[in-house]
Design a binder for this molecule. Structure first.
Ligand code: G
Ligand code: G
Ligand code: NA
Ligand code: MN
Length: 253
């Protein structure tokens, strides 16, 4: 029932939808952008989490139309908000499989331009593994995306095996420290030291840095002390539909 055909039909039939989770600046918690997280309302099986269908989408190739759909919906939202005077950025998750298509940079740019937006309003989040496996081909695609002005982010940083040499070569603009370090940062000296070193690394390589999975004030204070400039997590907002965030952003305009 969660097969490739059902997913392809689901895209046609508008069964997918997006939740947006805010990224904020530290200290203060001002919203600086959002991450798009896809959900699937299956007509028979009900709400499906991406952990249940993204791996299958990757194996079957449906991830290609699905990622285009996610970027398109994210762009629709940014275009709506722009008309209301709200300027922000949305991050879209991209799989390793998306980096195997030579045309992906042109396709993504077209999706964005069709809504009258700039590619620089979008961040593409890749896992460390996606970015560094098959490095030669992926690097070519990443450079093409960068040349279009998409921002590139390494997701779940610290859980993969990228070397410092690779990090330097990859055209990234942001690192997201994995939740597994962030959640224990207030109690584990090792985790705090790892984050401290990552803050220094990001500074030296001139990368933006986001701590993922911030849930408590204690963790937030620890991150501020360590010099982490951006955060994301339930403390600042759960993933929710764009309709929930729009009014909150408009209040600031
Ligand atoms: O949204 P949730 O917190 O349940 O996300 C679970 C996992 O699914 C995360 O690893 C997230 O990165 C991934 N995910 C969510 N939306 C997308 C998407 O549009 N594309 C890809 N490739 N992964 C996604
Ligand atoms: O792999 P990626 O980092 O894209 O996954 C994002 C996932 O993390 C989503 O499933 C999202 O719902 C979840 N998430 C976001 N903020 C928090 C948080 O503060 N705590 C926990 N436990 N999960 C979170
Ligand atoms: Na992500
Ligand atoms: Mn992550």
């Amino acid at each position: 029932p969660l097969g490739a055909d059902a997913m392809a039909r689901g895209i046609e039939n508008d069964e997918f939808f997006l939740h947006l989770q805010p990224k904020v600046a530290l200290p203060g918690g001002r919203i600086t952008g959002f991450e798009a997280l896809v959900r699937w309302e299956h007509p028979q099986l009900g709400l499906q989490s991406p952990v249940n269908f993204i791996p299958l989408a990757e194996q079957t190739g449906v991830i290609e139309p699905l990622t285009r759909w996610v970027l398109g919906r994210a762009a629709d939202t940014l275009a709506d908000w722009k008309r209301e005077g709200v300027e922000t950025r949305i991050a879209v998750n991209v799989s390793a499989r998306n980096l195997m298509s030579l045309t992906v940079a042109d396709e993504f740019a077209q999706i964005v331009k069709a809504r009258g937006l700039e590619c620089s309003s979008f961040i593409l989040e890749l896992t460390e593994t996606a970015a560094v496996t098959n490095l030669v081909d992926a690097l070519d695609i990443l450079v093409r995306l960068r040349l279009k002005d998409f921002a590139l982010s390494i997701d779940d940083f610290g859980t993969g095996y990228s070397s410092l040499a690779q990090l330097q070569r990859l055209p990234f603009s942001e690192l997201k420290i994995d939740r597994s370090f962030v959640s224990v940062s207030a109690t584990s000296t090792e985790a705090a030291n790892t984050i401290r070193a990552t803050v220094e690394l990001a500074r030296r390589l001139q990368l933006d840095l986001v701590a993922e999975g911030v849930e408590t004030e204690t963790v937030e204070r620890t991150l501020i002390d360590l010099g982490v400039p951006h955060a994301q997590g339930y403390r600042y907002g759960r993933p929710e539909p764009a309709e929930v965030w729009g009014p909150r952003l408009r209040q600031r305009v």
